[in-house]
Each structure stands twice: as structure tokens, then as C-alpha cells.
Design a protein around this ligand. Sequence first.
Ligand SMILES: Cc1cc2nc3c(=O)[nH]c(=O)nc-3n(C[C@H](O)[C@H](O)[C@H](O)COP(=O)(O)OP(=O)(O)OC[C@H]3O[C@@H](n4cnc5c(N)ncnc54)[C@H](O)[C@@H]3O)c2cc1C
Length: 497
Amino acid sequence: MSTARKLKVMASVSNSLSFKHGLSLWCPQSPSLHRIRHSSARNFQRRGFVVAYSSFANENREFVIVGGGNAAGYAARTFVEHGMADGRLCIVSKEAYAPYERPALTKGYLFPLDKKPARLPGFHTCVGSGGERQTPEWYKEKGIEMIYQDPVTSIDIEKQTLTTNSGKLLKYGSLIVATGCTASRFPDKIGGNLPGVHYIRDVADADALISSLEKAKKVVVVGGGYIGMEVAAAAVGWKLDTTIIFPENHLLQRLFTPSLAQRYEQLYQQNGVKFVKGASIKNLEAGSDGRVAAVKLEDGSTIDADTIVIGIGAKPTVSPFERVGLNSSVGGIQVDGQFRTRMPGIFAIGDVAAFPLKMYDRIARVEHVDHARRSAQHCVKALLSAQTHTYDYLPYFYSRVFEYEGSPRKVWWQFFGDNVGETIEIGNFDPKIATFWIDSGKLKGVLVESGSPEEFQLLPTLARSQPFVDKAKLQQASSVEEALEIARAALPAEAAV
Ligand SMILES: Cc1cc2nc3c(=O)[nH]c(=O)nc-3n(C[C@H](O)[C@H](O)[C@H](O)COP(=O)(O)OP(=O)(O)OC[C@H]3O[C@@H](n4cnc5c(N)ncnc54)[C@H](O)[C@@H]3O)c2cc1C
């Protein structure tokens, strides 16, 4: 069966503003026009809005963000920094909580209950990058209107209105779509919705998983990517019999080399995790109580499980914004280097945005929190100030596992750049390891496990500068420290750190 099949189974330019009519558009095609007219437009907004807001309360909003996730939290902070949040900004969220650092859900949130698991308000944005903790009270203090548990169900682009699930009609001036992704699910007919089968995207999902883990004996994690790796590491922390199943040959196939993956797999095995690789799932079977009881594989074998966590990827949540313009190659909502869609006054940020990845001259969607933060900040600055430069993102991925108290080995890796070309691996994993990706003699990407803060700090400089490195010299390095020094010495003078 092909990998694809296996994966399938696995599952106005109006430069004048009138808030009475909800128009606050400017020309997205012309940065200079945008820049010139913007400040006068903003002054007009300030004068007009107060009156309109009080008389059209619950209808006219100057700035609306749809989605209350990571990107929305950082966008809100940037609005506040520009003095443009108070009485002007509204965030419409599907969730019951103010924006939080979503990565915590498969890390600190899943720590065993006796090992101080993370709980809200402990990980509201922006704890991940410094700054104030944005609790629900923070939004109130800053005059930001939060609409919780009321997803937007439709948009009228001509009238500039949004309708929410509860029937609210919201008129927007400028709109930022920050709807993120939705976890890919197994179809109903193969047991994808049986009790005991979990997907993890938000706090409600994580809470449901925790209540299953409290009673669980045998956990199966489907998927060998970030979510699978993190959930499996968490499950062994609960001392549960844990098996991880995936169709590929090794963990995190999209990034790890086979050799690097082998080191992590050994560590997982030492922690008691069992692996079923190259497997495709036929269906999930229910027991007599109706709860999931086993995973049936295509080869006819079955693996008993009372709790199953599916981590097979996610899809950009484009609905109901398809008309704003979709990207056919990477999915998501197509934007330019300022996060402007083709519709004047409508922007998209975070996981859902298909943006020009300037460094590698391609269109990309990046499902990572660092991009959620940076895209939000870049978009809001472009919207509110004279900023016109193009977003220039350097891909950065990380994961942290086995970090709970008492774990024999805590794991934290960071990767920067592009994983193209040949690879050189240095180090023994214990205590650390590095992989360098070299293409046409240039250092294109670098991953370090268990680096020091200084070593991690060097990685983005290396990946952005792409120095020519002496491969033979690098290969002979006897330690990660020495290899990083060789790479550092290859940096051009202006980039050296
Ligand atoms: C469990 C988990 C672990 C992760 N771990 C890492 C990690 O270790 N490192 C890393 O870099 N990244 C990680 N990520 C990815 C990272 O969290 C995302 O890239 C980031 O959250 C994207 O931010 P966002 O605002 O675009 O989307 P989200 O944070 O997903 O927010 C989108 C929000 O929009 C809401 N929404 C959707 N549709 C509507 C609608 N119609 N109306 C109103 N609201 C709507 C959603 O409910 C959600 O609240 C992880 C993701 C998950 C799920």
C-alpha cells in the first residue's frame, strides 16, 4: 500500500471611513498609497469610532480577529502596544478560554497529575515569549471585546459583516482571520469517533484525554509526528502501557534523518514505549461497553487499547473564509508578505495563512507557534503603522518531551532552516547530538538536541547566514561543541556572534 494511501487510511479601496457603514478599507496593492493614506485614515477612525461604537454597539467593530488562539493572542498584544486596542478590537473565539500557548497541551498539560501539570491561567499568551500574561482580565483591562464560544459561521464580504453561531451580526472595519488548523480525524465508519478515541487541538480535547488517562491501562498513539511523540512521552509518565503506531519507517519522517530518529526511538523504548512502524490501520474496534477496545491493522493483527490518541496532522481551518482566496498547493488562505489577502481589509495569520517564505522563494504554511507569533506581530504592525517590509521568516521547529519531575532524561531539540541536502551528524545523543544539513556546500539547516542556551542562540544565525562549511572538518568534529564552533567560524564577519 502506498504511503499516501496509508496516510489516507490513518486516518476600496475606499480610503474614507465610515463606521456607520462599516467601511475601513484601504488599497492593499499599493504600499505607498497605504502608507500615505493610512495615518489620516486612522485619525478619522478615532474620531468616528467612539460615536459609532456607542450607537452601534454589538454591530460595528473597527478591528475583528476571528479565532482566539496563539496568533490572536500575539496580535492583541501588538494592538495594545500601538494604543489601538481599547474600544476598537474584538476577538471572536470558538473556545471558552482567552488565547493560550497551545503547545503546552501535549507537554506540561499532560504531565502526570502528581507532577505539577500546567493549567490555565499558567500558560495564557504571552508566557512563551515574555510579556504580560494575557488572562481574561487582561483583555478586559485593555478594552478588548472577547466573544467566547461563538464561532463565526459566515461572512458577507460586500457588507463587511460576520455572523456567529449564536446569530450575532458583527460589522468589521478590518478583519484578521486567525482560525488555525483542525485536527485530521479518522472517519466514523472506521471507529474514529468511538468513546476513548482522542484528538488533541484545544483545552477541551486535552481535558477529555486526561479523564481517559486517569482510567487507562493500555494507550495506543497513532502517528509518529510531533503530537504522537509528545503524547507517547506523556503517557509513559503516567506509567501506562504505551504503543506508538505509524505508517512511516521512523519517527518524525518530515524532519529527522533515519539515524537521528533511531536515537529518539531508542530513548522511547528505554522508557517502555513499544513501536509498530510501517503499519496501516484498518479500523478501531469497540468493546461490549461501546468504548474503543482495539486497533485492527491491515495485516490482520490487533493491538488492545482502552485509550487511543490520533495525531495524524491537521488541516487549515479555512471555512467560512474560502471566498477570501485559497492556495491550491499548500492549502490555507493566500496572503502577501504583509498578510493581506486579495480582499481589501482582510488579513490572515498563523497556521491558516499561505504566505511567501522569502528565504526559500516559495509559498508555505507553517504550523508552528513561532510563526503564529511573528506573523501576528508583522500583520498588525503593517496594519497600524508605516511598516511596509516583507515578512522574512526563518523556519524554526522545536519539541520538548519527558520533562516531568523524576524523568530520567529530559529531551529538548531545536531546528532552524531547511532540511535539504546531505546531512552530517555529530555527537552521541547522550549527552547531546547535532545534525547539519548541507546543500551545495552551504549550511542550510541545523538541529541540536539538549543544547545550551548559547548553542541554541547560534542556530538561527547559522541557518539564516547559510555559511559555506568545510564538510570534512565538520565530519571530524569530536563533539557537538566543536562542530558548532567550526560552523560559527565559517560565518561571514558581519553575521558572526
Ligand atoms: C497539541 C499541540 C501541540 C503543539 N506543539 C507545538 C510545539 O511544540 N511547537 C510549535 O512550534 N508548535 C506547536 N503546535 C502548533 C502551534 O500550537 C500552532 O502553530 C499555533 O497554535 C497556531 O496558532 P493560530 O492562532 O494560527 O491557531 P490556533 O492556536 O489553533 O488558534 C485558532 C483558534 O481559532 C479558533 N477558530 C477556528 N475556527 C473559528 C471560527 N470559525 N470562529 C471563531 N474561532 C475559530 C479555534 O478554535 C482556535 O481557538 C502545537 C499544536 C498543538 C495542537
